[in-house]
Design a protein around this ligand. Structure first.
Ligand code: ATP
Ligand code: MG
Length: 393
């Protein structure tokens, strides 16, 4: 008899011949996420993955980690024992007694859900459920069977490699294993939106590089530290992040002095995209990702987003485009980045904000403004300031 954690995935099933590739990516990510639980072993089973060898005192920590690994649909701490019905029913009754004790009610509605994955087993699913239910009712007080609306469900699965008993099904974050869909470069500010955008795109199976623009001395050490902290929090979901920090001050000063003031944000944005595109290419990224959402501010109107995109050739993804601030905030809370995002340190874009930012920038005006600048020289100088930090590796 041993403790195991059953891990279920769904979307991976859809991938046909690619399935082993996705399963291997999931196992690899589970192994690195579970590295703090030193003795834990991750093993592929039939259409599922098992985590074995987790000591009791580390179980909660392990379950916490599994709730953050993309590709995990749901998971259950379970007991595995040989395929012996009587022994399994007794173990299940013990688990039910534990759960039952947590509910302070005279009668708790319960049911047994059984699955016979090994068709050689003599009882079918219904027979297993009925028989196990009988054993549990005899040994645990204060239970009443209710198949349609139970407060407590006991699960028993008969598989080739043994019987599995459990009472808890915890939800994972869903999505696909990070790394199985390539790599992207996230423009990471210290705000609420871009960390969420990074987690959402990682959920689709992509690994992250991140580019942060700082405006030292107008932005502080604290502001930079906050971005590092955000990247660390994100990495709990996204896996390791390669963070590039670019000094943006000179570009901002030049644009401030030479550009039309109402175009300042849009021009800055175009430089950010160009620099991020170069970094993305060097890191093997296939797209840029931002935290923009349509209409949120002047630089996020359709016209502004259009002129921002036209500065680069690379695909630009905006996972939050259709979400409002409340929805984004809820996601930030779920990913655990909200509290850090709202710390009041200035961002490079808040230092240089035009009084009246354009909402409908004209491409001609932008072309004229940029024609007066040494765009390539400004980009090269900024790239030379790149400081790379591997976060959460
Ligand atoms: P966020 O909360 O992500 O900062 P926001 O709603 O405040 O977004 P803006 O400040 O206009 O919007 O920024 C829009 C997007 O541009 C951000 O989501 C981010 O992807 C990128 N961005 C803005 N500032 C920076 C920065 N200093 N470094 C890197 N990317 C940035
Ligand atoms: Mg911002």
């Amino acid at each position: 008899m041993e403790n195991v954690i059953i891990i279920r995935y769904t979307e991976i099933h859809l991938k046909g011949l690619n399935r082993p590739y996705f399963e291997k990516a999931l196992v690899r990510n589970l192994e690195s996420a579970l590295a703090p639980i030193e003795c834990a072993v991750v093993r592929r089973g039939e259409s599922r993955v098992y985590v074995e060898n987790v000591p009791d005192e580390k179980l909660d920590a392990a379950l916490g980690i599994l709730g953050r690994v993309f590709g995990v649909h749901s998971f259950s701490p379970a007991i595995r024992l040989p395929q012996d019905f009587d022994a399994a029913a007794a173990v299940l009754a013990g688990l039910v007694a534990e759960e039952r004790a947590k509910i302070s009610k005279d009668t708790v509605l319960f049911r047994v859900e059984a699955k016979r994955a090994d068709k050689r087993f003599p009882l079918n699913s219904n027979e297993i459920a009925a028989k196990a239910g009988g054993v549990i009712l005899k040994s645990v007080q204060g239970l009443k069977v209710n198949l349609s609306n139970p407060e407590l469900t006991a699960y028993i699965e008969i598989r080739r490699d043994g019987a599995y008993c459990y009472t808890r099904v915890l939800m994972g974050p869903g999505g696909m294993p990070v790394g199985c869909n390539g790599r992207v470069a996230l423009l990471l500010s210290g705000g609420i939106d871009s960390p969420v955008a990074g987690c959402m795109i990682a959920k689709r199976g992509v690994a992250l590089s991140a580019v942060h623009f700082e405006s030292f001395p107008y932005t502080s050490e604290k502001a930079l530290e906050k971005v590092h902290d955000l990247a660390k929090l994100m990495a709990r979901y996204t896996g390791p992040i390669r963070l590039h920090t670019i000094r943006f001050t000179d570009i901002q000063m030049t644009l401030y002095e030479k550009g039309p003031s109402d175009y300042l944000t849009v021009l800055m944005r175009r430089f950010m995209m160009r620099i991020a595109e170069r970094i993305a290419e060097a890191d093997g990224c296939k797209a840029l990702v931002t935290g923009e959402s349509l209409g949120q501010v002047a630089s996020q109107t359709l016209d502004s987003l259009g002129v921002t995109d036209s500065a680069v050739d690379m695909l630009v993804l905006r996972p939050l485009i259709g979400l409002d601030k409340l929805e984004i905030t809820n996601l930030a809370e779920r990913f655990g980045t909200f509290e850090t995002s709202i710390l009041p340190y200035e961002d490079c874009c808040t230092v240089f904000v035009p009084k009246h930012p354009v909402t409908r920038p004209r491409m001609e005006t932008i072309r004229d403004a940029e024609a007066a600048l040494d765009v390539e020289g400004m980009i090269t100088a900024a790239l030379a300031t790149d400081v790379i930090t591997e976060i959460g590796a």
